[in-house]
Design a protein around this ligand. Structure first.
Ligand SMILES: Nc1nc2c(ncn2[C@@H]2O[C@H](COP(=O)(O)OP(=O)(O)OP(=O)(O)O)[C@@H](O)[C@H]2O)c(=O)[nH]1
Ligand SMILES: [Zn+2]
Length: 336
């Protein structure tokens, strides 16, 4: 019998059955993955692991390798832990890099609920919310809309009503760090054994929520150094356990799962198409002569507001790109 703490969780009988078939291998969960080095949680112990030669050999794309969130069957030897199998995934959150569909990147797996966080005051965008909703439904997880900063909510904006109008089937939860209902409503959906991931723009309060749910996170995020071909690789936990024994995935990839070119082009394909026939290639669609976008607004084909949200998204995207570049540079420096 393989006994691990993951088995105390009664939520997925199928998964347990599947794992039993690999007896005497042990059931573990991937909590970090970096350049072929994995960290797994095995009986509440964090250990390094690597994939078996067979898995490596048979893999044809990224999907065949373990990702954060995967339940895996491992063999624990004296000084190595080998991952032999990945259990069936019930959801896969992936990101396709712009232009290259073949280059999909798995962000995390086995997420039961995606908490789409959006602030009720600044940076509010229904279109972004719709985009996040579709990403979530596509992953196989259940989206929940978590509205943050209720203390800063101005009812005159009617943002709450607007959210309900696009939520289509997703639960809407209101939170605030400072006033009622605080995180009480959110806590009612955090269930033992379930896995949650938070997505949303920078600054909406994701870390604040995670810290609240985990409580002791600060002590958990210590880096675990690992020497690999002379390089120092820092790996830390990207999957946390809450006080209530639920799991929360928080990876850099999740944080970067914001908007990219592809999203922008598909959400605003009308504006992008019009823009191609503007007189100037670099038309900003402001006051330039021969601007087809402005013309379309004048003819009532698109609204001013739509152009405004398009521009906001463009700015946001440029900002994210800069931030990502900075992070990459930092990482490069760190790994030298
Ligand atoms: N007024 C108010 N401020 C909040 C609330 N929740 C979070 N904040 C503040 O908003 C700021 C950003 O919060 P974070 O939790 O760091 O946001 P984040 O989404 O994790 O941001 P990134 O790490 O950049 O992705 C912090 O100063 C928080 O204290 C809230 O409910 N009300
Ligand atoms: Zn133009």
């Amino acid at each position: 019998m393989v006994e691990t703490h993951l088995e105390n969780v009664s939520f997925n009988i199928e998964r347990l059955k599947e794992s039993k078939a690999y007896d005497p291998l042990k059931l573990a969960r991937v909590i970090n993955q970096q350049r072929g080095i994995y960290l797994v949680d095995l009986d509440h112990e964090i250990i390094h692991a690597k994939v078996s030669g067979k898995m490596m050999h048979q893999a044809t794309d990224v999907m065949d390798f373990p990702s954060v969130g995967d339940y895996v069957m491992v063999e624990q030897n004296q000084d190595t832990t080998i991952i032999h199998h990945i259990l069936k995934r019930n959801s896969i959150l992936e990101r396709k890099s712009a232009g290259k569909t073949a280059d999909a990147q798995v962000i995390a797996t086995n997420i039961d609920y995606i908490l789409i966080c959006m602030s009720l005051n600044e940076n509010f965008s229904l279109r972004r919310l719709e985009r996040y909703l579709s990403i979530s439904w596509m992953s196989g997880a259940i989206p929940v809309i978590v509205l943050t900063k209720f203390d800063l909510y101005n009812p005159a904006t009617r943002n709450l009503e607007l959210v309900y109008s696009v939520s289509s089937g997703a639960d809407v939860i209101i939170t605030s760090e400072l006033i009622e209902p605080y995180y009480n409503e959110l806590e009612t959906i955090i269930k033992k054994g379930m896995t949650y991931a938070l997505i949303g723009s920078s600054g909406v309060g994701k870390s604040t929520i995670i810290n609240h749910l985990i409580g002791t996170r600060v002590t958990e995020t210590k880096d675990i150094g690992y020497k690999d071909r002379g390089r120092h690789v820092t790996t830390s936990r990207e999957l946390f356990e809450t006080k209530e024994h639920a799991y929360i995935i928080d990876t850099p990839g999740m944080r970067e799962l914001q908007l990219d070119d592809v999203d922008l082009a598909s959400t605003f394909d009308d504006i992008e198409a019009l823009g191609k026939s503007c007189k100037f290639n670099d038309c900003k669609h402001e006051k330039e002569p021969g601007c087809k976008v402005i013309e379309a607004i004048q003819n009532g084909i698109i609204t001013k507001e739509r152009l405004k949200s398009y521009k906001t998204l463009l700015k946001e995207y440029a900002y994210q790109k800069r931030r990502q570049k900075q992070k990459e540079r930092k990482l490069m420096k760190a790994s030298k």
